[in-house]
Design a binder for this molecule. Sequence first.
Ligand code: COA
Length: 164
Amino acid sequence: MAIKAIYPGTFDPVTHGHTNIIERASKLFSEVIVGVAANNTKKPMFSLEQRVEMLTQVCAHLPNVTVVGFSGLLVDFAKDYQAQVLVRGIRTTQDFEYEHQLADVNRSLSGDSSESLESVLLTPVPEFSFLSSTIVKEVAIHGGDISKFVAPEVEQAVLAAVKK
Ligand code: COA
């Protein structure tokens, strides 16, 4: 059975932790739509177009992965793309609490049970379990080496943004 999954996030910027989840999801599902949320409340460092562009570059080796920007509710985005599964990464027990709540809200918002969006939570590989987009930006702002955490093109974009 072909199952289409959505992996949403702000991706400001995409890290190796995100890429690891996307690569694994691409093996589990027939198609993965990476949904880049505009999420202006987070005041992103990169525009939506820049974040979509960076993700498109780092996912270029994955033929069943498509990167799309969105604003509005995640469940509406999932319906537009006829996705049945929502993929999220959980790094810590704190993430678990939050993801549990998010999964419940999305199931409730997605309507009757025959059409509800199922959440699949993947744990990151241990070497990326502490990683977040905020940590990458914080390390770069203070002159640290981020090459272990992000792809070379993302590293260049972050370094250029922090120099501004
Ligand atoms: N590797 C590295 N970092 C990871 C990670 C992984 N495997 N998994 C999570 N993270 C990081 C993210 O980079 C992010 O870091 P940041 O806070 O420094 O930016 C953090 O962990 C997770 O942040 P969170 O706010 O939980 O998720 P998000 O910003 O990635 O995405 C959306 C949130 C887009 C899914 C959510 O805001 C959303 O659905 N928005 C649409 C509106 C909606 O429908 N809301 C829900 C109903 S109210």
